[in-house]
Ligand binder design. Structure first.
Ligand SMILES: [Zn+2]
Length: 393
């Protein structure tokens, strides 16, 4: 058998390997896992086998594939194999094959024995690397990117998909933590004093890298690319009835029209414009130029202030009076800022304020059917904002 010969040349024989396979009727996919029982040379001081988490990695890949199928449509490949590479760090994805870092095939005790207390930080990476690489089956492989300008569609969309995985698989709060951490990375300054977001527009891709901004590509294209898609999801949200349906329909259409083709920033914009809802037309042009100009071709970041009061009314209702102000942006900058009420630990979206420039604060005067614990804006990091201040009077 040819693979026998190859494996022996590599210093292994078949008995050194562990393999598993799952057939999944829901997705029509076969999921396979492969791992060596011996640790790689780089981890030779480890006495335990790097296989205990292979099953978990394969199941995780199955869950992610099922989830992303609902959001973006089916994959055409029919199978997905998961194996590990010797490196402790990043993963890699090819059509039908994912190389996870060896760290993803270890359990937390094994990782702790190797890297000590850094394990805590590293476990977050391990949780996210599998869904990220599964997402690349679609973003990067099924739908490619036209030029370096459009690579945020591959990395950013995979980052967004990882957020969906965390939201669906929990535990509660994981998704919000993920968004908060993405925002922190976008807003943090490097040792030379450059804030990631200000280095340049997302669209500049690899050209953001200079001697003084070496990590700008990694720190912008992934989290801000993901944030752009997250903001579109929140913008398309139909709070009246369909919830995420308009966004999901748009994304299915985007994948279908780019099946085995390369997507560009403009072809993605065209897909959104085909599915635009009236409440997304903030510039009144029927186009999404306003959104892409700000978030993909630009670097502006707004701040928001929300002041409000709540007064009890008869029958358990409440009267909400408030004002939202937008700051730190140019005159034409526009954004829809969702308003939420928190009721018995549930977050309920009650509307969105359309903000333009800095001179047009928005007054809110409305009755609520119940008295909430609080009213908030931007609770789900709906808008990538530099600062959000909420004051209750
Ligand atoms: Zn990636």
């Amino acid at each position: 058998m040819r693979s026998d010969v190859e494996l022996k040349v590599a210093g292994f024989n078949l008995g050194d390997f562990k393999r598993m396979a799952i057939e999944d009727e829901t997705t029509g996919m076969v999921y396979e896992g492969y791992a060596t029982k011996r640790p790689p040379a780089s981890l030779s001081r480890m006495v335990m086998s790097p296989t205990p988490m292979m099953k978990a990695a394969v199941f995780k890949s199955q869950v992610a594939t099922r989830l992303f199928r609902g959001w973006f449509g089916p994959l055409p490949y029919g199978r997905l194999s998961v194996t590990r590479q010797p490196s402790f760090g990043p993963g890699q994805s090819w059509p039908t094959l994912i190389h996870l870092p060896v760290s993803a095939f270890l359990d937390s005790t094994q990782r702790h024995s190797l890297i000590g207390n850094s394990e805590f930080m590293f476990s977050r990476f391990v949780q996210e690397v599998t869904p990220h690489e599964v997402a690349h089956q679609r973003w990067g492989h099924l739908v490619g990117w036209a030029t370096y300008h459009d690579q945020w569609i591959s990395e950013g969309f995979s980052d967004f998909s990882t957020g969906l995985f965390l939201q669906a698989t929990g535990p509660r709060g994981k998704y919000i933590q993920f968004l908060r951490r993405s925002q922190e990375v976008i807003l943090e300054k490097n040792p030379f004093g450059f804030r990631t977001n200000d280095v340049g527009p997302l669209w500049m891709g690899h050209r953001l890298i200079t001697a003084k901004t070496a990590s700008a590509y990694r720190k912008l294209i992934y989290p801000k690319g993901g944030f752009v898609l997250h903001m579109l999801r929140q913008l398309m949200f139909d709070a009246q009835k369909a919830n995420d349906e308009p966004f999901i329909r748009m994304m299915h259409n985007f994948v279908n029209t780019h099946h085995n083709k390369d997507a560009s920033t403009e072809s993605f914009k065209a897909s959104i414009e085909k599915h635009m809802k009236p409440w997304m037309d903030l510039a009144g042009t029927g186009k999404m130029d306003w959104f892409f100009g700000q978030w993909v071709y630009g670097t502006e970041l707004p701040s928001y202030e929300f002041e409000y009061s709540l007064n009890a009314m008869e029958g358990g209702q409440a009267h909400l009076k408030g004002r939202i102000s937008q700051e730190g942006v140019s005159d034409g900058f526009r954004m829809a800022v969702p308003v939420y009420m928190r009721l018995k630990d549930r977050l309920i979206r009650i509307g969105a304020g359309n903000m333009i420039g800095t001179d047009s604060p928005l007054d809110i005067n409305m009755q609520l059917p119940w008295m909430p614990e609080s009213v908030e804006i931007n609770s789900l990091y709906d808008v990538l904002a530099e600062k959000v201040t909420i004051k209750r009077q």
